[in-house]
Ligand binder design. Structure first.
Ligand SMILES: Cc1cc2nc3c(=O)[nH]c(=O)nc-3n(C[C@H](O)[C@H](O)[C@H](O)COP(=O)(O)OP(=O)(O)OC[C@H]3O[C@@H](n4cnc5c(N)ncnc54)[C@H](O)[C@@H]3O)c2cc1C
Length: 338
């Protein structure tokens, strides 16, 4: 039976980072990816300041911004900083960059290779069994590896967005509790297009309902959706563990996305790197680095139960609108999100 030191399921940012680091340390790594192309993924591509640590080359970014617009019933403010506070990236560009770094280190990536089952010794794709010493589940928010480990997923959002074929000169967040509850509407600008989207708890009827709300919000704001591509995907933020014997869960498969903002690229890359280091160095204490990541995630998610309450949510959003008019408020907001 074919065998590798490490088999990674999924060639998203989490899987590719783990692969690059492991192969760089001399491990024999195979990545199995169900799609025929590495990179493209339903995602707004927003990159926060903390991603600076990940050293993504600046020339890959679509846009950078030092301000954003905050909309709320009677607030329409431009929140300005004297430094860059965010970027956007095209996921196909990020995917190609990360894939090249991994393959340069000797990683084998097999596309069109959906893993259909997992056992404690091997994984199966296209009827073929592949043995592993270590397995990394980097297969996103509906993870086959997580399912095999019997890890439940209760906190999962659906994110929807339109890619509008027009330029936007600003990034935006709109908090309207009456329409979107604890969710928000974003605008993320790219070179010639922009994403307008929102998130909500996943439910069977949610997508059409949420889409209708977003359509009507866009109409009111004069955003023409004619010809815009509609996209939807899940975001798992239900973290239940990272290491399960010789199996790791990373990125969305581990539920490491941030529940309020929906940001997940940062956690994906960082957790991929932490899993790789754990395999390379037996003395490495992964707990310290995972705890640091979880601390920020949990701080952000701590507001969710309040925002979800009909009477408290609007007050908190109001507080945010007023707070962002002050310098201290803007700094706290930045720490909280970025
Ligand atoms: C609408 C929307 C907007 C978002 N906006 C942002 C944003 O602005 N900023 C941000 O940071 N995050 C954002 N996110 C979240 C972000 O997209 C994810 O957190 C991130 O992609 C997670 O990376 P990952 O590598 O863990 O998983 P993924 O990027 O999902 O990669 C998983 C890979 O595994 C593959 N795969 C899945 N199952 C199998 C299988 N059985 N066999 C083989 N391969 C498999 C998939 O094809 C995929 O390539 C958004 C998400 C959504 C839905």
């Amino acid at each position: 039976m074919e065998k590798h030191d490490v088999v990674i399921v999924g060639a998203g940012p989490a899987g590719l980072k783990a692969a690059e680091v492991l192969a760089g340390a001399g491990k024999d790594v195979l990545v199995l990816e169900k799609n025929d192309v590495v990179g493209p993924k339903v995602c707004a591509g927003g990159i926060s300041l903390k991603c600076k640590k990940l050293r993504i080359p600046v020339n890959l970014f679509e846009r950078s911004f030092n301000s954003f617009r905050l909309l709320r019933s009677h607030h329409n403010i431009v929140v300005k900083y004297n430094k860059t506070v965010g970027y956007t990236i095209d996921r196909a560009v990020l995917g190609t960059y990360m894939k090249n770094k991994a393959t340069d280190n000797g990683v084998a990536i097999r596309t069109s290779s959906r893993v259909t089952s997992v056992t404690k010794e091997y994984v199966v794709y296209s009827g073929k069994k592949i043995k592993y010493d270590y397995l990394i589940g980097a297969d996103g928010s509906i993870s086959t590896v997580r399912k095999y480990l019997n890890v439940p997923t209760n906190k999962i959002d659906i994110g929807i967005q339109y890619i509008v074929n027009q330029e936007s000169n600003y990034a935006m967040g709109c908090f309207d509790h009456k329409i979107f509850g604890s969710g928000y509407v974003w605008i993320f600008p790219y070179k010639n297009t922009f994403s307008v989207g929102t998130c909500a708890k996943l439910g069977t009827k949610n997508i059409p309902k949420l889409r209708k709300k977003l359509d009507s919000w866009c109409k009111k704001r004069g955003i023409d959706l004619k010809g815009a591509e509609f996209q939807a995907a899940t975001i798992n933020y239900d973290y239940q563990g990272f290491k399960f014997g010789n199996i790791f869960l990373v990125g969305d498969a581990a539920g490491l996305a941030f529940g309020f903002s929906g940001e997940g690229i940062y956690s994906a890359i960082l957790s991929g790197q932490i899993a790789a280091q754990s395999i390379i160095d037996k003395n490495y204490d992964y707990n310290k680095d995972i705890s640091k990541l979880l601390k920020h995630k949990r701080l952000q998610e701590s507001v969710l139960p309040f925002l979800e309450q009909e009477h408290i949510g609007p007050i908190l959003f109001e507080f945010l609108g007023v707070g962002l008019r002050t310098r201290l408020g803007r700094e706290i907001f930045l720490k909280f999100f970025a």
